[in-house]
Design a protein around this ligand. Structure first.
Ligand code: ATP
Ligand code: MG
Length: 422
């Protein structure tokens, strides 16, 4: 027997019984973001590796250690996208979309070669939004409010919002100098990564997941003390907007993001239910990125949420997965009539999930299949029913019930009701 192959470590199949939960999340996410006027964009999974180096930053976990980068047969340096923002900016520039403000959303798989564990995979999925061409705190507020609406739609109540401002480049430079002094003073307490970052990208030390560094990081100067007038006003206006709408938040002056391109507003939605993988959604402003990738100065703000981490939090018990009805056919005449009946039912009840039995067999066998399918109703078509233009209907769930013979119109009414109750 040939050896069976398996999926790559950290990359997972979504099986048919799990797919409805993904669809549930994706449907809600789409409805929410489209409700704010965001339009979907789909970009390739492969991009030039240079795109991520120039946007995410050379001295980041993603680019240094996590990217799936390779040379293709033509010698081009490619990478599987580790995130969506760089691709969005690349595509928006390439197609001239940034002449006016744009609200864009995307979803799909991302790839990072991390150590797989709960909430951390090598192929994972994000849903993200990017708003281009809008500089004010109003749009920052909009995308945060939008995420809160999604949590409400999904029934998630225990997510908390953390907020910070990274200021502008000048403010960050002044902060950076003081931070470096602080970290230098505690250099022996740093790990190798942080010692290296001290030279190249000291703010990233604040983002370290090493618990041994927690004390040094907690004692570091606060970015918020370095904000100038404009950054401060922007941040205060965002906070006031959140207060006004009634969204609670905690200002965390040590919150930076794992990617280099952020400025001013940064935020995370965090849960305590997933341990170290507690950030389910992260975002912020990145006013410099478009120019950094060759476009005109264009303010931008966005977020990405981790689909798997959110799925882990959703109560799946209320998500119905089975078909509405399963049609069994008994006898030659009935078997011949069944496909036509099924089509007329599908025409009459939009959205109906109707499984038709294939492969014949005894009543008992067909009925067993109907039950196993998870269908709410069994529709039974015998030769007599086929001749009379009727169909029998038996509830399979919720305590069952009597089998009844129904006219076509009555069957349509019952199926409509079942469909709507889903
Ligand atoms: P973390 O700090 O957990 O490594 P990150 O800062 O690298 O996250 P981002 O690049 O901001 O994450 O991505 C946004 C969101 O995507 C994260 O908040 C998380 O929910 C999700 N995410 C990131 N990496 C992974 C992964 N390897 N597996 C599953 N989800 C992920
Ligand atoms: Mg990471």
């Amino acid at each position: 027997m040939p050896e069976r192959l398996q999926a790559i470590r950290g990359m997972h199949d979504v099986l048919p019984e799990q797919a409805p939960i993904w669809q549930h999340l994706e449907d809600h996410a789409r409805a929410v973001v489209e409700g704010y006027g965001y339009r979907e964009m789909r970009t390739p999974l492969l991009e030039p590796v240079e795109l991520f180096k120039r946007s995410i930053g050379e001295v980041t976990d993603i680019v240094e250690k996590e990217m799936y980068a390779f040379e293709d047969r033509g010698g081009d340096r490619l990478a599987l996208r580790p995130e969506g923002t760089a691709s969005c900016v690349r595509a928006a520039l390439e197609h001239g979309l940034l002449e006016q403000p744009q609200r864009i959303w995307y979803r799909g798989p991302m790839f990072r070669r991390e150590r797989p564990q709960r909430g951390r995979y090598r192929q994972f999925h994000q849903i993200g939004v990017e708003a281009f061409g809008l500089a004010g705190p109003d749009i920052d507020l909009e995308i945060i409010v939008m995420t809160r609406r999604l949590w409400q739609a999904l029934g998630l109540t225990d997510l908390r919002l953390e907020l910070n401002s990274l200021g502008d480049a000048g403010e960050r430079a002044r902060y950076r100098a003081d931070l470096v002094n602080h970290l230098r003073a505690h250099e022996t307490a740093l790990d190798d990564d942080s010692r290296r970052r001290l030279e190249t990208n000291p703010l990233r030390v604040l983002d370290s997941k090493n618990p041994d560094l927690a004390a040094v990081i907690a004692a570091a100067p606060s970015l918020l003390d370095y904000l100038g007038e404009a950054s401060r006003t922007h941040f205060d206006a965002l906070c006031a907007g959140l207060d006004d709408i009634g969204i609670g938040y905690r200002i965390n002056p040590r919150l930076v993001r794992g990617l280099d391109y952020y400025n001013r507003t940064v935020f995370e939605w965090i849960t305590d239910a997933l341990g170290a993988q507690g950030t389910v959604c992260a975002g912020g402003r990145y006013d410099g990125l478009v120019a950094q990738l060759g476009g005109r100065e264009t303010p931008a703000v966005g977020f990405a949420l981790g689909t798997e981490r959110l799925l882990d939090l959703i109560d799946t018990s209320a998500i119905t997965t089975g078909p509405d009805a399963y049609l069994v056919a008994l006898g030659e005449r009935a078997a011949a009539a069944a496909p036509g009946l099924a089509e007329r039912l599908r025409d009459a009840v939009p959205g109906l999930r109707l499984l038709t039995h294939c492969g014949g067999g005894s009543f008992k066998r067909q009925f067993k299949k109907a039950d196993k399918s998870g269908a709410r109703l069994a529709l039974i078509l015998g030769d007599d029913e086929a001749a009379a233009g009727t169909v029998s209907c038996k509830p399979l769930r919720g305590g069952g019930g009597e089998q009844r013979t129904l006219s076509f119109d009555a069957a349509v009414a019952v199926l409509r009701e079942t469909c709507n109750a889903r």
